[in-house]
Design a protein around this ligand. Structure first.
Ligand code: TPP
Length: 393
């Protein structure tokens, strides 16, 4: 009797749900107007690895028939040769989001970890459509979008089916791309000039420089906290030539080393870029079977604690509160820690030496730690300076 009712309930819900979904999809298709300007924003890729190829094919088709600009996350899985990519899109949003004149946004996947993007999406008055890779859960934290859960490949298939031949033809890039590319170029010039005016290592410089010197088809994993945010702001899409991994949100900083070691078992040589708290939190990952023999280079950004909070909360908390609650600085002897786990270790103080250290680690073909110490005061000063230059240009 109980089974009968459960079964009946389930059937009932399923039918109704499916009907709603079909109607909803049609509503989505009708609301978008591909002959008007729009943008495509791609967040971290959450689909299955085996679907990544078709994901990129569908995205390429969508871009071709719209001519829209594309903003992508470092871990979006998008290929570097996609037409319409804007490199410094987050800095453009920070500088002047009003250059983005359009009434529709097509979003793929979750929102990237960017306050500027969040503000932009929150205040955007036009239509937002969010395409999820086979994910039935609500994904839009701002609740401003229509969500489509069957993935971009199905979205494009259904869409193209509804289109006339003329609408399906490849379009030239829309005017907005030109506007954004010219902003992009100005920012690029400042980054190139300022970033390498001295050889001192800073965190935001790492985000721009490391993907230039780590071979461009070798994978990278970015830990949560500053690395994923800095790479979004400063890496200028240089992660897109390779596989790039990260995890964020609820997963936080736990399991950083273990995840990197797991990835390195499948694809290597892998570079893990991590903060000091994230690495120490999961340092026992080295005790997992043959971990130290895996081909993993760990770039340890030692800024003595959770420095992200200094950037996020510098206006909300005083120094003492910040230190006690968030920075949690530790006196760690990293050479001894590395030695304890039998992991080769190097401390590096400038970008030339970092390049040499990568060569050294690649020749080792084992887990190694390369530590760079960050002068936090200097980092914050230089970061403010370069941002000012970009925003006032
Ligand atoms: C398991 C877990 N605990 C706590 C947090 C909160 N948290 C977010 S970032 C962060 C600091 C990370 O510090 P670090 O790895 O040194 O990177 P940095 O902030 O210096 O870039 C902390 C503690 C979290 N995300 N996950």
């Amino acid at each position: 009797m109980k089974d009968f009712y459960l079964n009946k309930n389930y059937q009932f819900l399923k039918d109704n749900n499916q009907k709603n979904k079909i109607q909803f999809s049609k509503k989505i298709f009708k609301s978008l107007n591909f002959s008007k300007p729009g943008i495509i924003i791609v967040g971290p890729y959450q689909g299955s690895t085996s679907d990544l190829g078709s994901f990129n094919v569908a995205l390429e088709q969508l871009q071709a028939i719209t001519g829209w600009p594309v903003f992508v996350d470092p871990v979006s899985g998008v290929l570097a040769n996609l037409r319409g990519l804007v490199e410094n899109w987050e800095l453009i949003l920070k500088k002047n989001k009003d250059v983005i004149q359009c009434e529709q946004i097509l979003r793929l996947g979750p929102v990237s970890s960017s306050n500027d993007l969040e503000n932009f999406l929150l205040n955007f008055e036009g239509l937002q459509i969010l395409v999820k890779e086979n994910n039935a859960k609500k994904l839009d934290p701002f609740k401003k979008s229509l969500e489509y859960e069957f993935g971009i490949s199905n979205f494009v298939k259904q869409f193209i089916g509804e289109f006339s031949y003329v609408q399906k033809k490849r379009k030239p890039l829309i005017k907005l791309v030109k506007v954004l590319k010219s902003e992009d170029k100005k920012i690029k010039e400042i980054i190139n000039k300022e970033l390498f005016s001295n050889k001192e290592i800073n965190e935001y410089k790492i985000a721009n420089y490391v993907p230039r010197i780590w071979p461009k088809n070798y994978p990278i994993m970015l830990s949560a906290s500053s690395p994923i945010r800095d790479w979004l702001t400063f890496s200028e899409n240089r992660t897109l030539t390779r596989k790039c991994f990260s995890f964020r949100g609820a997963s936080g900083i736990d399991g950083t080393l273990s995840l990197a070691l797991g990835i390195a078992r499948i694809t290597n040589p892998l570079l893990l870029v991590t903060g000091d708290l994230a690495l120490i939190h999961d340092i026992n990952g080295f005790l997992i079977e043959n971990a130290i023999d895996l081909n993993l280079t760990i770039l340890l950004i030692n800024n003595n604690g959770g420095n992200i909070f200094k950037n996020l909360y510098k206006n909300n908390l005083d120094e003492k509160e910040l230190k006690k609650l968030f920075l949690m600085p530790k006196s760690i002897n990293w050479a001894n820690i590395a030695n304890g786990y039998q992991v080769p270790y190097k401390n590096v103080s400038d970008f030339n030496k970092l390049r040499d250290a990568f060569d050294w680690s690649l020749s080792m073909q084992k887990s190694v730690i390369i530590k760079v110490d960050i002068n936090v005061e200097n980092e914050m000063k230089e970061r403010d300076l370069i941002l000012k230059k970009i925003l006032n240009d």
